[in-house]
Design a binder for this molecule. Sequence first.
Ligand code: ADP
Ligand code: ZN
Length: 432
Amino acid sequence: MDYFDIAETWSRDQIAEEQVKRLRENIKHACKAPFYAKRFADAGISPESIHAPEDIQKLPFMCKDDLRACYPYALSCVDKSEFVRMHCSSGTTGSPVAICYTKRDLEKWADLMARSMYTAGLRKTDIFQNMSGYGLFTGGLGIHYGSERLGMMTIPAGAGNTRRQIKLINDFGVTAVHILPSYAMHVAEQVRVMGADPRKLPIKRALVGAEPYTEETRKRIEEMLDIKVFNNFGMSEMNGPGVGIECEAQGGMHVWEDAYILEIIDPETGRLVPDGEIGELTLTTLTREGMPVLRYRTHDLTRIIPGECPCGRKHRRIDRILGRSDDMFILKGVNIYPMQIEQVLMSYPEVGQNYLIQLESDGQRDTMRVKVEIREENFVEDMRVLRALQERIARRLFDEILVTPIVDLVQANSLPQSDGKAKRVIDLRVKQ
Ligand code: ADP
Ligand code: ZN
């Protein structure tokens, strides 16, 4: 196996052995924060409680509200003067949580990120453009330092200003990028609008993540730009990107189990679900000294992909994130995830890059309106063709979610395009 870090080659036994050692040290270290000292004392947990990685299940869960309650410094396990940086979550689902990093934390994070990039086939010889927002969002500096650690020439383009992004890609011969899925499709479309062929850009590979997207969307981005797309996962609470990445096989994301303990739990019972079954991703930092986070319920829904990866890495793989449990909305008693809708929409070649789900109500009846951008060449078709397409999409959506939506076909580039994470659902229902 071609690897960046020796830990990628570890056997399951080696991973388990290190996890036990690191988890013990971590529990001891975490108790420097009164928050953990009290929790672990209440639960009767000490480093000696851990004999196998599975003993993590003895620890109490943490959730976002714990992190909010500990804002800004209550999770610190080092003297404040040891901190050299902080990041915040993007606040997609409420008030932000903040993580402070020591110098060593940043080193380890950059190592994990560089390892992730290498696993996705990026090399020192690549020219890399980071097309996600910088600032408090971890996808900026987190990716940036990883890319420099790998030794790639790195262009900190940030998000937005699409024409300049495209110019930089062409001028500097950019071969690899980090980009959000919604923005990747937008960029490809803009190249076309400018009269060029997006497949002729020099880009070969992209790390795509930070928000959920479907396999259909991956194929689309790959096709539109003639590149390979590697799913890339992370969250501020776990440093940021660099938690999991797809390898050359593109069959799910290896979670770096020397740095994180991975569990998939049943959100109702809190018990582990069998491999292959969908549940809530729960993660524990193993190497972070500034603010360790143990047994954190991420709200992200995914499953462990059973079996071994052809690449030879034994770090287990998770499937693409279906969404957060709080992305789910209920319409007429049915639980629906935006990704179920995206999956249907993106399977139609006539459908363009963007869509928006609007939940409406007249006080008595709830309805779902799906606004879908249609490709320019299809939008000029005659009314009957468009009407038929509209009906086909509505029927397929009904098959998937068992609710009949109103489907509005709208012009390409007419829906709001975000520089950061896309907002897929707007709830306009009257609250009772
Ligand atoms: P926020 O929770 O405010 O969005 P972050 O910027 O830390 O803050 O984002 C982390 C979240 O982004 C994850 O919990 C997950 O929901 C989502 N995410 C990150 N990477 C991916 C990915 N590859 N696929 C799907 N969702 C992702
Ligand atoms: Zn692999």
